[in-house]
Write a protein that binds this ligand. Structure first.
Ligand code: KMT
Ligand code: NI
Length: 179
């Protein structure tokens, strides 16, 4: 079961630490940000969601120190995942093993992050246009399914004033304000 809370916004220690401010969010509050959570007991349950949403492809990422040639490459990859970005499509991730944090921007207080801790069985759907980032927990391991509508290629658009004006970003903001 995903656990969501406001990130403490402290940058003086490892970003893989929990950074729990103590304020938790309900699944309804996550839904108000356009983020959908589903628990999937097995991959058949994921298949059903993929079919409903017409996701044809998927891959598996297994992120831990051993999957990189050296510590520098591992650190670089984590730094890349941790850059605030958006996508023009949904981002669907299903946690198979390990744990991870998806940080999403809180629409009502834009300097806040909502940190979502995922563990095995957790499936998160991030809407197009939401600013987010990802990191491991201190256990340094996640194995996750990434679902793709078409090709398994994934373009991340880093946060910028230009990205703020993209139609996908504007649409997201409009949708959130309607809730
Ligand atoms: C992303 O888009 O940030 C990722 O795919 C992170 C790895 S999935 C656990
Ligand atoms: Ni992303």
């Amino acid at each position: 079961m995903v656990k969501a809370y406001i990130h403490d916004n402290k940058s003086d220690c490892d970003y893989r630490a929990p950074h729990n401010s103590g304020t938790e969010l309900s699944l309804e509050e996550l839904a108000e940000l356009g983020v959908i959570y589903k628990y999937c007991a097995n991959e058949e349950a994921v298949d059903k969601i993929a079919e409903e949403r017409q996701y044809k492809n998927r891959d598996v990422v297994d992120i831990h120190k051993g999957s990189f040639r050296n510590e520098t490459e591992f650190d670089e990859k984590l730094a890349m995942f941790y850059k605030e970005h958006l996508h023009e499509d949904e981002e669907i991730r299903y946690c198979l093993e390990g744990t991870g944090y998806f940080d999403i921007r809180d629409a009502s207080t834009p300097e806040n992050w909502v940190r979502c801790l995922v563990e095995p069985g957790d499936l998160l759907i991030l809407p197009p246009g939401i600013y987010h980032r990802f990191t491991l927990t201190i256990s340094n391991h996640i194995k996750a399914l990434r679902l793709f509508k078409d090709e398994p290629k994934w373009q991340a658009i880093n946060r910028s004033t230009q990205a703020d004006t993209l139609p996908v970003r504007r649409d997201y903001i409009t949708q959130i304000n309607r809730c």
